[in-house]
Each structure stands twice: as structure tokens, then as C-alpha cells.
Design a protein around this ligand. Structure first.
Ligand SMILES: Nc1nc2c(c(=O)[nH]1)N[C@H]1C(S)=C(S)[C@@H](COP(=O)(O)OP(=O)(O)OC[C@H]3O[C@@H](n4cnc5c(=O)[nH]c(N)nc54)[C@H](O)[C@@H]3O)O[C@H]1N2
Ligand SMILES: Nc1nc2c(c(=O)[nH]1)N[C@H]1C(S)=C(S)[C@@H](COP(=O)(O)OP(=O)(O)OC[C@H]3O[C@@H](n4cnc5c(=O)[nH]c(N)nc54)[C@H](O)[C@@H]3O)O[C@H]1N2
Ligand code: SF4
Ligand SMILES: [Mo]
Length: 577
């Protein structure tokens, strides 16, 4: 029986389920027959089996009734609906049908890519994925702030014969295999993009015909990037000029895919960085051409008619939400007490709020603080559909087994709508049918989005707006301390499954392996054991996402545009504990 991995991940693998085992689908062009460590450990991860109220086990029916009573007791305006991406299935959004009618505040932006995506929209208008079929046609692949070995592992097969350029402050496994690795200073990708523009212009690499047809504000863009001196940009990025120039020459007149990841945009200037990278690529005329383009996460829901969207509700930015301002907080599929920035503030807020509901599969730092815990059912026991943020395949997720325990999102919503006498839901299958019908191609067992039938950005009237100013006023570069790099861990999916527990430091900093140190920032501190790694730069500290307490160190302010989180807009200090 075929289904799709529910985890928040680029690959959206097609999965075969049989006799309580999950296996990779051999026929799927991307999944290629194997799954990653995360889905492989999914079924053995201990689940929340009982609902809980004030620490005592109760039945699911009692839990739903308590939720109803509390929603009645507190003011609708003082309630918050907070949904994470623990299950990427689209039908997870169905709970919005109730909470929008009830009058809760929703969140906007996200903890993930909304800062960077704002920059893509400013330049290109829409953020299409760069699909594997296009990447296959390129000769050179530039992996820019994306850790493909851990986070997007099915891409490895697709890029294996390509000339590979990696831009990452960390010497990742992929960087070690690359033809060129630019071990950039963190937070200098904006300047690196401008440095590329500077030299591309000197080498007359710009595609005048493409720019005349599709570009606007190119002259302002020219003035803008030439207002930075080459020395200034080299000094900021710390790249080795010979390697940089070789990278540029490899890209010249050659179909090139830029796979940009989350690493470049965990800063306040997230949108400007993405727009500057896009502007460089647009200058070369590499949009709308076979084997070319920029993939920054991306959106394969484009063109689909989606329910559970466009509600007229009050919103607050997700990354800075103050839980303490709400009487009732409903948290679904998320672990804000570990994954949101500024954990100390988050925990204070959750403690201050009068009633916190955690609705999820696994125990975590948030369930430990909740007044009411409602167990969810896993993806095998409910019907859903999911999209990917790196390819055009749409994954069906049929219901393959009965619920052992827990409540599905559909049933929870149905219950609350009925108790409040609101309009009932349509049958679940009907929503999914309508979504699928609105924009799909059907090929054998698989569904793809029709929006990718023609090459994205190849339409005659495609219009690109070059960047011509910067509002970035960050002084992080001049602050004392070490940059904090906090990427994804191979064996956890954000805070789900086996999280890591080390701080990684360059050996020249003089700490011993397994020695305990205190890492501190303006927001808080934590103690961790050291692992030395010469894959890091000496000015960096690395702690993986998901590590208990990592976000005690991270700031809760927003990107300039897009209401994005800025986990790495911070420097930290290390002391012997
Ligand atoms: N195994 C696993 N897979 C996952 C996830 C997971 O938790 N575990 N999470 C999923 C989710 S939610 C997402 S959003 C994606 C994200 O996946 P990716 O896009 O790969 O993002 P990250 O792992 O956060 O960071 C990627 C790389 O950016 C580098 N980096 C850090 N700072 C900078 C910088 O200033 N400049 C540059 N150029 N690079 C920098 C890091 O060293 C790292 O190698 O992965 C998804 N897949
Ligand atoms: N320091 C640092 N912090 C980060 C990041 C980083 O790179 N560094 N990355 C950020 C990014 S990109 C993201 S996307 C966020 C992710 O942050 P979150 O969205 O909070 O992700 P998880 O930690 O995976 O928590 C998801 C929870 O969803 C629940 N869940 C799983 N399946 C279901 C289901 O079917 N139904 C329900 N109701 N619940 C379910 C599980 O119990 C799990 O605990 O973290 C952000 N935080
Ligand atoms: S690679 Fe991603 S989509 Fe594939 S099984 Fe692992 S978590 Fe799921
Ligand atoms: Mo994410």
C-alpha cells in the first residue's frame, strides 16, 4: 500500500506500508527505494497514548469536553491558534475551520523560510520549486546554505555527476566532495551575491537580451552593487579569491542550478539575501531556461485551489508571539518551547497563559508545560495529501489502518464545530478530491502539479525586479563573540526523534572533547559538552536544531520582511562550566 512521508522535509518521499513496516517506494522517480533515518525510526518512537489534564490521564472524550468548556469560559479574542509543521499533510489545516469561526488569533510568517521567501517574491513574484527534472539538465550545481546530506538526501543521486560548488561556513560532508567549497563567513551571503555580480559585470557575463525583455531596474541595480568595493566584499565574505573566481568561471555560459537552503536566511536581512542571489542569477539570464534557476524551498501548492486559507482573522508573527498575552493557547503539531527563538521568553509566556493545550504525537518540552494534552493519531490512521517544497509531485496519504489511540484533526474539528453549533465539515475525501482535481496531472501511480508543465519563469511576460537598495543595519559583524550556527541534525526532524546534545567548536579554541562549557548570549545560556571539529570556522559555534535549550540563545526579532525568525542573528560566548 502506497502513502507519503508526513515529515516536514524537502523530499516528500513516496512510501510503501506493509505489515506495520515502512519502506521506500522503488518506482518513485525521487524516493528511489529508500527512506532516511527519520522515517525509519518513526514507528518505534514512543507516542503519547493518553489524554492528560493537569497531569492526570483522562479519556479522549473527556479531553475534548474540557477543551470545549475552556473555549466557552475564556474570551474568544484572548485565544491563540498556533500550528507547527510536525505533520506536513495539508488536511492538518482543517482545525482552522473551527478556530477561525471561534475568533482566535492566528500566526503569520513562520519559523522556517518566510524571511527568505519574501525576497523571492519581491524579485520573481512567485516562488516555484526548481524541480529535479531541471536540476538533472544542469552541468553545475551550486549548493548554497543547504545541507543536502542531512535534509534533502534524495537530491544526492540527482546531483552526483555534476560539477559541485558548495557555499557554507561549515565543511559539510557535501562540501568535502565538492569541486569548490567557499567556506564563507556566516551572514555574508548578501555580500557574496554582490561580489558575484561585481565580477560577472567585469567579465561581461550579463545576458543583455534577457535583461531587456524581463528585467526592471537593472541600471539602479548596477549602481547599487558597484557602490560596494571589491575589497569590502572580499573582506566581508572571507572567501578565497582564487576559489571564488574559479566558481564564477564554472558557472559562466553553463546551465547551473542554485539550490539555496535555510542557512542563508536565518538573519534579519533574509529577504535581501535571497533577492541578491536571485538578482545575480537573473543578471546571467538563468531563469526560465532549461537546467537553470534558483530553488529556495519553493511552493508546489501554486495553482492549487486550497481550502482552509484566506481567513479573515487577526494575526501575530509566529516567531515573536507572546503566549502570555493569551488566556487560551492551542498548539498543534509544534514544539514552541524548544523550536521557537528565545526559549526563556516562550516558557515564561506559556506559564503565564491560563490554559495551554498541546495536541501532538510525542512528548516534548511543550507537552510538559501544557494543562491539557491531546494525543494525535499518526499519518497512517488518517487521510491526507501533501506537497513538497522541492519537487512537483503531490503525495496522497490514504488511511491505511485504524486509530489505536488519539484523535484525528478532522474529528477534533468536527466535534468542536458541532458543540458550538457552527456549520459542519464536508466529508474529508471531498476536500482532498477537490484539491487534486484543481491542478493535477495523473501519471501511473503518481500525481504532479500542472503548474510545472511549462518551465517556470519561461513565460514571455515574466518580470524580474532587481535589487537596488539595502535596509540592513545589523552590527552583528562587529559584536564580540562567536557566530552561532544552528542547522538541522541528520537523525532528528526538528525536535522529533533522536536529538543531539553537543556544542561543536574548532579545536583552536582550546577546549577538550566532552568538557562541559557554558554558552551564553544576550537572551540566555545553556551548558553542553564539547565536540571538537575542524569542519568549523574558528569564529563559529555549531549547535544543531532540536538540541534541548539551543533556542535559549537565539533572538526573537523578525526579518526585515516576511515575518521570519532570525535564529542566527546573534553572537555567543563560551566559558568553562
Ligand atoms: N534530517 C533532517 N532533515 C530535515 C530537517 C531536520 O530537522 N532534520 N528539517 C526540515 C526543515 S523544517 C527544513 S526548513 C529543511 C532545512 O534544511 P536546510 O535548507 O539544509 O537548512 P539547515 O540545515 O538549517 O542549514 C543548511 C546549511 O546552512 C549552513 N549555514 C549556516 N549559516 C550559514 C550562512 O550564514 N551562510 C551560508 N551560506 N550557509 C550557512 C549550515 O552550515 C548548513 O550546512 O530541512 C528539512 N529536513
Ligand atoms: N535553533 C533553531 N531553531 C529552529 C530551526 C533551526 O534551524 N534552528 N528551524 C526552524 C524551522 S525551519 C522549523 S520548520 C521549526 C519546526 O518546529 P516545529 O514545527 O515545532 O517542529 P517539531 O519540533 O518537529 O515539532 C513538531 C511536533 O508535531 C507533532 N506532530 C507530528 N505529527 C503530528 C500529527 O499528525 N498531528 C499533530 N497534531 N501533531 C503532530 C509532534 O508531536 C512534534 O513534537 O523549527 C524552527 N526552529
Ligand atoms: S527524506 Fe524526508 S520525506 Fe523522505 S523519508 Fe526522510 S523525512 Fe520523509
Ligand atoms: Mo523548516
Amino acid at each position: 500500500m502506497r502513502t507519503t512521508c508526513p515529515l516536514d522535509c524537502y523530499d516528500a518521499c513516496s512510501v510503501k506500508y506493509n505489515k506495520n513496516k515502512l519502506k521506500g517506494d522503488c518506482e518513485h522517480p525521487l524516493t528511489n527505494g529508500y527512506l532516511c533515518p527519520n522515517l525509519n525510526q518513526y514507528l518505534s518512537e514512543p507516542r503519547i497514548q493518553n489524554a492528560r489534564y493537569n497531569g492526570k490521564n483522562i479519556t479522549n472524550d473527556e479531553a475534548l469536553n474540557i477543551l470545549y468548556e475552556k473555549l466557552k469560559e475564556y474570551e474568544d479574542k484572548k485565544s491563540l491558534y498556533f500550528k507547527g509543521s510536525g505533520n506536513f499533510g495539508y488536511m492538518q489545516n482543517i482545525t482552522k475551520e473551527f478556530f477561525s469561526k471561534y475568533g482566535s488569533t492566528f500566526t503569520r510568517g513562520n519559523l522556517c523560510d518566510s524571511g527568505g521567501e519574501a525576497g523571492v517574491i519581491e524579485g520573481r513574484g512567485k516562488n516555484y520549486s526548481l524541480t529535479p527534472s531541471q536540476i538533472k539538465k544542469s552541468k553545475v550545481v551550486v549548493v548554497w546554505g543547504r545541507n543536502i546530506d542531512s535534509t534533502n538526501s534524495h537530491m544526492l543521486e540527482i546531483i552526483k555527476d555534476k560539477i559541485l560548488i558548495v557555499i557554507d561556513p561549515v565543511k559539510t560532508t557535501l562540501a568535502k566532495k565538492a569541486d569548490i567549497h567557499l567556506q564563507i563567513r556566516p551572514r555574508s551571503d548578501f555580500h557574496l551575491a554582490l561580489l558575484f555580480c561585481r565580477f560577472a559585470y567585469i567579465e561581461q557575463m550579463e545576458d543583455e537580451e534577457w535583461i531587456a525583455k524581463h528585467g526592471s531596474d537593472f541600471d539602479y541595480f548596477l549602481d547599487f552593487f558597484r557602490s560596494y568595493t571589491i575589497n569590502q566584499l572580499l573582506d566581508s565574505t572571507k572567501v578565497i579569491i582564487e576559489d571564488f573566481l574559479t566558481a564564477l568561471m564554472l558557472i559562466q555560459d553553463t546551465p547551473t542550478s542554485f539550490l539555496v537552503g535555510n542557512g542563508v536566511q536565518k538573519y534579519t536581512n533574509a529577504n535581501e539575501t535571497l533577492r541578491a542571489i536571485d538578482s545575480f542569477v537573473a543578471m546571467l539570464g538563468y531563469f526560465g531556461k532549461e537546467g537553470c534557476g534558483v530553488g529556495f524551498l519553493g511552493n508546489s501548492t501554486l495553482g492549487y485551489e486550497l481550502p482552509f486559507s484566506n481567513y479573515d482573522v487577526k494575526t501575530t508573527p509566529m516567531a515573536t508571539v507572546d503566549f502570555g498575552e493569551f488566556d487560551l493557547v492551542f498548539i498543534q503539531g509544534a514544539n514552541p518551547a524548544n523550536q521557537m527563538p528565545n526559549t526563556n521568553k516562550v516558557i515564561d509566556g506559556l506559564k503565564k497563559s491560563k490554559f495551554v493545550v498541546y495536541y501532538g504525537l510525542f512528548e516534548n518540552q511543550t507537552s510538559a508545560l501544557a494543562d491539557l494534552v491531546i494525543p494525535a493519531v499518526n499519518f497512517l490512521a488518517k487521510q491526507d495529501i501533501r506537497f513538497s517544497y522541492s519537487h512537483e509531485y503531490v503525495g496522497l496519504m490514504p488511511k491505511l489502518k485504524e486509530e489505536e489511540f488519539g484523535v484525528s484533526e478532522y474529528n477534533l474539528t468536527k466535534y468542536l464545530l458541532a458543540r458550538f453549533d457552527y456549520q459542519p465539515l464536508e466529508p474529508k475525501a471531498k476536500y482532498i478530491e477537490k484539491i487534486v482535481e484543481s491542478n493535477s496531472n495523473f501519471d501511473n501511480h503518481y500525481i504532479t502539479s500542472r503548474s510545472y508543465d511549462r518551465l517556470p519563469y519561461s513565460e514571455d511576460d515574466f518580470h524580474f525586479e532587481f535589487i537596488d537598495e539595502s535596509e540592513d543595519e545589523s552590527e552583528l559583524k562587529d559584536e564580540e563573540g562567536l557566530y552561532l550556527i544552528t542547522p538541522k541534525y541528520k537523525y532528528s526532524l526538528n525536535s522529533q526523534f533522536k536529538t543531539d546534545s553537543f556544542v561543536y567548536l574548532h579545536p583552536n579554541l582550546g577546549y577538550k572533547d566532552d568538557e562541559e562549557v557554558t554558552i551564553s548570549s544576550n537572551y540566555g545560556e545553556l551548558k553542553l559538552k564539547v565536540k571538537n571539529s575542524d569542519n568549523l570556522r574558528e569564529d563559529c559555534v555549531m549547535i544543531y536544531s532540536g538540541v534541548d535549550g539551543v533556542n535559549k540563545l537565539t533572538p526573537d526579532f523578525l526579518s526585515l520582511e516576511g515575518d521570519g525568525a532570525t535564529f542566527q542573528e546573534v553572537k555567543v560566548k563560551i566559558e568553562r562550566a
